[in-house]
Write a protein that binds this ligand. Sequence first.
Ligand code: FES
Length: 169
Amino acid sequence: MRTQSPPIDPPSDDKRWRIVNATMRRHGYMPRALIETLNSVQQAFGYLDEDALRYVSAALHVPLSKTYGVATFYHFFTLKPGGAHTCVICLGTACYIKGSADILQALSDHFDVKPGQTTADKRLSLMTARCIGSCGLAPAGVMDSVVIPRLTAAEAIAKVEELVKDGHG
Ligand code: FES
């Protein structure tokens, strides 16, 4: 049996977390509540940010990489700041040591967008994370729904090029 309260505190004392907690509680904090919970975060806050994804992952015992996967797969979820496609580069320790900051820089230069922001044409949001829970795959990123292991700068650019040129989103 799961406990009836989240195992960790919400990211802030914003009262809207009560709505999110109520959703999770209703589902007994089971992992299958992930989509509905993310939906309730989005309803309450208007978007999903890293703190929210971490919190929901921990409370529902879902790997963070999976939560990122779901959040970037469904178009009705908006990662702040919300371009049509999302590339998340992990800057957690394991990934950082393996050069993820350089990968981020290369993407930022190539697509002319600062980390945490969206390109002028709204096609791409370039985001960072502190760890997506796939340290064995470092340096890792999430491109739309897919966790990409052992990235290089050239590969990251090529994959994002592919994402933004294919029509959906
Ligand atoms: S540090 Fe990047 S996945 Fe953990």
